[in-house]
Design a protein around this ligand. Sequence first.
Ligand code: F2R
Ligand code: MG
Ligand code: MG
Ligand code: MG
Length: 355
Amino acid sequence: EASVLKNKFRGCLLGSLIGDCTGAPFEGDTISHGDRLVIQRYYDKLEDPTFTAPYKTYTDDTAMMKSVAKFLTDKPEPDYKFLSRLFVNEFFKEPRRGYGQNVIDVFHKLRNTKYENVFKPASEQFMGAGSYGNGGAMRVAPIALYFHDNYKMMLEVASNATKLTHTNVLGVNGALLQAVAIQLAVKCDPYAKIDPERFCIELFRRMRKIERVEEDVDDMEEEDDGTREAYQNKLRVVENLLQRKHDNDLEEEVIMNLGNGISAYESVPTAIYCFLRALNEISYIQTDNVFRRTIQYAVSLGGDTDTIACMAGAIAGAYLGENCINTSLAKQCEYYKEVLEMADNLYVAKEGPGN
Ligand code: F2R
Ligand code: MG
Ligand code: MG
Ligand code: MG
């Protein structure tokens, strides 16, 4: 139904924003057991309608997502030169949003070469290896929404949009996994319960196909440096951890085996796990709201908190829709109203006016 889908577009982009804004103050932190209570109180306050404070500011995650949404709504066909200009202009307008150390070099090169070949600067990163940072995945949500009914196009556009900054196969496939997870969540009935293990197995099935493409290309080279089935292996770990939901203190294992780092490989599967784990109760998180539980759990893992909460929030929001997100919490975030407008514009660009 139209209104359900519109609500999911809003929920997804809002979920991404809230994860970024509320996770950002903890980025890089190691979270102790005692800190979990601090984080519980932090979200209690943010959900309290009488609580007033300066809004939580967004970071590079949302800054780049804005450009991706504009790229989809402002042009009828994907124009990657346009998208790269949007990224660069946004960066030079507000450079202090906590961008990755190396992606900044790409922005300078793009501008200095006058966007001559927009895929070249990224391909030269890390001595030609390309970035495997989570920057492609953190901004992919609008693409997953816009192409929710066109899987092939979703993968193609997500891949190209990522390659403007990240060309390492782990960076690209991480963004594809995040897009696939959002698209699956969009398809889920928000009033029906998701079976976490089945959701995970479906993701595994899709990543098997996606990671096979690389295998064909690399057929000549025999060496396997562990990147070939990287995300399939991570999803096996996710599934195993989900089966052990009654074990206490899985968190150390989650951080050790899935990761909480800045690379796509150590954060996208983690974000997916956060969403699936938070579908059920978590002993040290007091809330009945699945969306809040998802981002609070993501932040409680420490590390790249803004980005893992942003990605987990996008998936949870795509499943549940805007009306399952606490309004007081949303209103604490910078750019809250604009993100809802962005979601509506994306929805109209996709489904046509009058929907
Ligand atoms: N950068 C941060 N947070 C840490 C610093 C905060 C900042 N100083 C502040 O608060 O002001 N957060 C943001 O960056 C992440 C997304 O990064 P992105 O866009 O992927 O950038 P980049 O530079 O391409 O990659 C990030 C780092 O990953 C390592 N790396 C990537 N590819 C590598 C390769 N092939 N070989 C070796 N290392 C590689 C490098 O250390 C990169 O700098 C998000 O967390 C966002 O919130
Ligand atoms: Mg950030
Ligand atoms: Mg970045
Ligand atoms: Mg981050």
